[in-house]
Design a protein around this ligand. Sequence first.
Ligand SMILES: [Zn+2]
Length: 84
Amino acid sequence: MKPEPKAKKEVSKVTVPTYYGEAHATCACGAEFKVGSTMEKIEMEICSQCHPLYTGNEKSMDTAGRVERFRARTALAKPKAKAK
Ligand SMILES: [Zn+2]
């Protein structure tokens, strides 16, 4: 059976996503730049401005608050350990 022209159009819409030539990309370090993407807005934890490979620093920046979250977890765990 031959597919309906309407159905054909819907399929092409799904398989060919919209391309944003100037997608707004923001990084957790505060860097903002425009890139070509199929997503209008991009949020990332690390970019070329803060990645150790580009910065040359061996220690990576705590951009997404991972260290703070870890400290909060260990702070919660400490009173429990003392009670034992
Ligand atoms: Zn960054």
